[in-house]
Ligand binder design. Sequence first.
Ligand code: FA5
Length: 363
Amino acid sequence: MDVGQLKERIAEIEAGIAANVCDIDTADALRGLETAVLGKQGTLGSLVKTIKDYPPDQRGHVGKVVNDAKGRVKAVIEQRHRELEAADASADAADAEAFDPTLPGIREPMGSVHPVTAVQWEIERIFERLGFTVEAGPEMETEYNNFEALNIPATHPARDMQDTFWLKSGMVLRTHTSPVQHRAMLKFGAPLRVIVPGRCFRYETIDASHDNTFHQVEGLMIDRGISIPNLIAMAKTLLYEVMQHEVEIRVRPGYFPFVEPGIEIDMNCQICGGAGCPTCKQSGWLEILPAGMVHPNVLEAGKIDTEEFTGFAFGLGLTRLAMMKYGIGDIRVLNSGDLRPIVSPDRLGGPVIAGQVGSGTKR
Ligand code: FA5
């Protein structure tokens, strides 16, 4: 091509670059353009090789035309580089402005201790101070431990006092925590001070104060000279410490085959203040602590010397006590799985730390 055609070709190349360079928005793409135009095989770069083909008197001029064009294109590409760098820097600045480290963080929702667990821990602390140990027993029990060892033989009418979930194996879901009395006597002998918090199961109609799954705390104290006044004093201390105020109680005779005599300790309903409500079945009182002196047959089944030792036992309704403490009028919310708080976490001892709550009784 002659010098005129060369100049036209160069003008075309430059016009193409000028038209498209603004659409290039990454440094990589810009480097690609640079190679495609200025590289040895590039549209402008490859023209350098042709300089030697021109007559000697024109070579100086052709070389200047080609190199000037290369310089202009290089300047256009560098300008675009600077624009891209400036755009990146202002995007970083905008990001930095959007992140304000002084703003308070967004709190993840935290769990809290279940009201029943909170009262259980409190009761464990109270009894540990009184020299009791905390034991656990299986929720699936033998018929013998749940009934016979507690002086309730198969034909005894008291079997109907607690509607039972029977398992195909012949075992039962324990209807109360009392079978652990027998286990503890065999395990530790006398003297003995033990409490057993745990879940119990009954096949019964559910209402505001009855669930088919609920918690009790069994208590057992065996020693020389134990009598009913020890039991009543302990019950008063327990209720006072849990409720943090004096609680009105009433004591009635009660019948349980595993104690003699048996008593029922009821507490003044804290939901209605004694006026009557669905929780206390309009009576103003709630059965909370059935108890009594351990029956000699039960002591003997537990290999305790009845000549030397006597003892009291109680079966605290832990779920109901939690309801009274926190003013929960319906037992059904406690096992409902509804996670909306019914009690302020502060009253339950603050948020739970992962792993703190388990099915066991110990913290
Ligand atoms: C018993 O279970 C006896 N084992 C208690 C006992 C132990 C007596 C040691 C003497 C010596 P009772 O069936 O009354 O007793 O239950 C004890 C407590 O568990 C009741 O006072 C009540 O507070 C609670 N309770 C019983 N059934 C339910 C239920 N369906 N839902 C919620 N709480 C219940």
